[in-house]
Design a protein around this ligand. Structure first.
Ligand code: MV4
Length: 447
């Protein structure tokens, strides 16, 4: 097991990892920017190292400073959290070259999944169902027309170096295809330094369902069920739940089994998320994330398993604590992302939190890095906390969520709490009847 873990992140996820380290008896080091001297992760860690000025590229993204902080403090492993360097293959490689363990997959696995064409090719080879489309990059207009005619319109052009919704263009008919292909490729070249694009059948009303997987580093893979993350705004998830209201136990076991086997065959190590679009009872792979995700607590709530403990165990060579048959699904969980933003316009609202009171009681979890009197710096993303609610079934979960939202107090700044108080009373949400476009349509109507 590791002696000392350096946490290369901030906010609620830095606290989440600190808690896991403390429970496992592992010493902790955090890094921070000058803007985060008063942050909770700095207060709770055994040691802290200031690594630079406020902008992320000079601090939380500064690989040399983070490696130096490991050497100075004698940390033998790094947990990257999510965002920042969590999916940076070069960072994973550099740590390995310094004999420091990156708590995550190998640099090579990160690289494969970071290239969306390569990721899709790999998924297909491993038996995961993918969206119909081109086999690889498409450059030629004639080839694009042939493929689009074969799969049928509408089609979507995606950047291989994109992901998470960046660099996509929809072509409704052949008349749109030439411009869509050209602009997608030009924009991808300018944004990512890689102009490779690919074509897929455009699914019009899917849900976003993702499967939580783990590889143990010894050729075994398991799945922890799915999360439904269809409620998004501009590719930012807002509300996540597990299990998906759209799946039954057989569908879960079937797609989960396919994913777990793929992870095993890939020789993957650590936590991963396989993202699908789900429409008319079919799953279509779109991307794989090679990190712990913001919404991992809903999976923890319904499985009772600490996923950060598992990440640390696996990275240290100790394997997973559970076999597939030990993973049981219990009840329902919903996560609301509380952002320091205007609940209608989503404009960031940094500033001082004058009063912070979190809900409690059975089935309630709040993961947050803020406190009463804390001043939110303007430099980083606006997530200030996550409310995770568990119930024996979805109805109980929703009742408890409504109550928890009533108890939550954040004064001094604007937050997205009022949006959730609206959503929890909405009939479509109560029925689990929503797709990836539901929230944007709802917000447009409310204006
Ligand atoms: C799609 C799609 C429809 N058809 N691919 C957006 C994020 C990126 N991960 C993939 N995305 C999409 N890919 C095909 N073939 C629609 C989206 C999409 C979306 C997906 C998940 C959640 C929200 C979304 C909002 C708009 C578009």
């Amino acid at each position: 097991m590791f002696q000392k873990i350096l946490i290369a992140n901030r906010g609620e996820i830095a606290l989440r990892v600190l808690r896991a380290c403390k429970e496992l008896g592992i010493q902790t080091v955090v890094v921070h920017s000058t803007a985060d001297a008063d942050a909770m992760h700095v207060r709770l860690a055994d040691e802290s190292v200031c690594i630079g000025p406020p902008p992320s590229r000079d601090s939380y993204l500064n690989i040399h400073q983070i490696v130096a902080a490991c050497e100075i403090t004698g940390a033998d492993a790094v947990h990257p959290g999510y965002g920042f360097l969590s999916e940076n293959a070069k960072f994973a490689d550099i740590l390995a070259a310094h004999n420091i363990t990156f708590i995550g997959p190998t640099g090579d696995h990160i690289r494969i999944m970071g290239d969306k064409i390569e990721a899709k090719r790999t998924a297909k080879r491993l038996g995961i169902p993918v969206v119909p489309g081109s086999d690889g990059a498409v450059t030629d207009q004639k080839e694009a027309k042939r493929i689009a005619a074969e799969i049928g319109y509408p089609v979507i052009i995606k950047a291989s170096a994109g992901g998470g919704g960046r660099g996509m263009k929809v072509a409704l008919t052949e008349a749109d295809l030439e411009v869509a292909l050209q602009t997608a490729s030009t924009e991808a070249g300018a944004a990512f330094g890689d102009d490779a694009v690919y074509i897929e059948k455009y699914l019009e009303k899917p849900r976003h369902i993702e499967v939580q997987v783990f590889g143990d580093g010894f050729g075994r893979g398991v799945h922890f069920g799915e999360r439904d993350c269809s409620l998004q705004r501009r590719h930012q998830k807002v509300w996540e739940e597990a299990p998906s209201p759209a799946l039954n136990a057989e569908e879960r076991a079937r797609i989960g089994g396919i994913c777990a086997k793929a992870i095993a065959d890939l020789g993957y190590s650590g936590a991963g998320t396989i993202e699908f679009l789900y429409e008319n009872g079919e799953f279509y792979f779109i991307e794989m994330n090679t990190r712990l995700q913001v919404e991992h607590p809903v999976t923890e709530a319904i499985t009772g398993i600490d996923l950060v403990h598992e990440q640390i165990r696996v990275a240290s060579g100790g394997g997973l604590s559970v076999k597939q048959e030990d993973i049981k699904f219990n009840g329902h969980a919903i996560e609301c992302r509380i952002n320091a933003e205007d609940p209608r316009t989503f404009t960031p609202s940094p500033g001082t939190i004058t009063h912070f009171h979190t809900p409690g009681g059975l089935g309630i979890r709040v993961d947050s890095g803020v406190y009463s009197g804390y001043k939110i710096p303007p430099y980083y993303d606006s997530l200030i906390g996550k409310l995770i609610v568990h119930g024996r079934n979805r109805v109980e979960c929703m009742m408890r969520l409504r109550r928890a939202l009533d108890e939550f107090v954040v004064d001094g700044i604007k937050t997205t709490l009022p949006l959730f108080r609206d959503l929890v009373g909405n009939a479509d949400i109560a029925n689990g009847d929503y797709d990836i476009h539901w929230l944007e349509k709802y917000l447009a109507k409310e204006e």
